[in-house]
Every structure is written in structure tokens, then in C-alpha cells.
Design a protein around this ligand. Structure first.
Ligand SMILES: C[S@@+](CC[C@H](N)C(=O)[O-])C[C@H]1O[C@@H](n2cnc3c(N)ncnc32)[C@H](O)[C@@H]1O
Length: 159
């Protein structure tokens, strides 16, 4: 399976980078995985609603330009569907079974994802009703994808 994770902005925090690199290394035994960073737009606090929309749209265009036409897209969105880890694992397994070998996860920038990206998504996945910083979300996502593969292989993983 080819998994890509499209994210907005450069990862700045060293501790997150170390954690993500560790899971990417572990995941390489199960799948081909890459993280694609698209540039973020400046989003100062005092933006109007129209300006916020423009930021999301510009970032959205960059995200959409990186999505392969055949990719099954899973957008991370607070209002999306919550799943238990086994359901995420099962979903990835089904995609592989039905020949959908390209899976793209998308994480929005500080203002979230544009409606165009959400429309392109085949699924919207929520990790809880709480808002996580987008850079931390990368680490949570790679851990859950790793967990999914361990579950599918029936390999032991701490609860
Ligand atoms: C700082 S959040 C954006 C918050 C923005 N107000 C919104 O509602 O989307 C940045 C990105 O992280 C991801 N994210 C944050 N919390 C999440 C959660 N609980 N479940 C799924 N994705 C989340 C989403 O992709 C979101 O676009």
C-alpha cells in the first residue's frame, strides 16, 4: 500500500519530528509512506472571515495539486467520523482488498481544510471532538496508521 500524508506548513518542533521519524521508520516494514508538506499561508489573528476563507482556499489548491487522481482520500476533520483503531485497520485492509492501493490522508493548516478539499475526500476522519494542533496531528496519525498495520498482522502492540 502507498500511503501519503499531505500536511500544511513545515514541521518546526524537534520533539514532534523525532516521534514522527520513529513511526515512519517502523511503518516502512508494512507500507510505502511519505509525508508531503505544502506551503502554508500567513494567517495572523486579526483576519476577516473572507481572508480566512482565502487562506484555506489557497492552501486547499496546493493540497489538491498533490492528490493523485486514483487516491482514496481520508481528510482529517473534527466533524468527521470517529472510529476505533480496529475500524481504521479494517478500512485500510478493505481498500487494499479492493485494489485501492493509494491512500492519502490530509491534515489541514491552522485554519482547517477548504470545502474543496473536503469535497474531494472519500472519507472524513475525526480523532475526537477536541482540536489538536496540525503538527501534533501528524504524530497522532502516523502512530494510528502504524497501530492499524500491527492490528492487521495480528502482531502484539501495547494496549
Ligand atoms: C488546528 S486544526 C484546524 C482547526 C480549525 N478550526 C478546524 O475546525 O478545522 C488543524 C487540522 O488538524 C486536524 N485536526 C485537528 N484536530 C482534529 C481532530 N480532533 N480530529 C481530526 N482532525 C483534527 C484537521 O485536519 C485540521 O484541519
Amino acid at each position: 500500500m502507498n500511503i501519503s500524508i499531505i500536511t500544511v506548513g513545515k514541521l518546526k518542533e524537534k520533539y514532534l519530528k523525532q516521534g514522527i521519524d520513529e513511526y515512519l521508520k517502523r511503518l516502512s516494514a508494512y507500507a510505502k509512506i511519505e509525508i508531503i508538506e505544502v506551503p502554508d499561508e500567513k494567517a495572523p489573528e486579526e483576519l476577516s472571515d473572507t481572508e480566512m476563507l482565502q487562506v484555506k482556499q489557497k492552501e486547499g489548491e496546493r493540497i489538491l495539486s498533490k492528490i493523485h487522481p486514483d487516491a482514496h482520500v481520508i481528510a482529517l476533520a473534527i466533524e468527521g467520523k470517529m472510529k476505533i483503531s480496529e475500524e481504521l485497520a479494517d478500512g485500510l485492509d478493505k481498500l487494499a482488498t479492493y485494489g485501492k492501493s493509494k491512500v492519502t490522508f490530509v491534515i489541514g493548516g491552522s485554519l482547517g481544510l477548504s470545502s474543496e478539499v473536503l469535497q474531494r475526500a472519500n472519507e472524513k476522519l475525526s480523532f475526537s471532538k477536541m482540536t489538536f494542533p496540525h503538527q501534533l496531528m501528524r504524530l497522532i496519525l502516523v502512530e494510528q496508521v502504524y497501530r492499524a498495520f500491527r492490528i492487521l498482522r495480528g502482531e502484539p502492540y501495547h494496549k
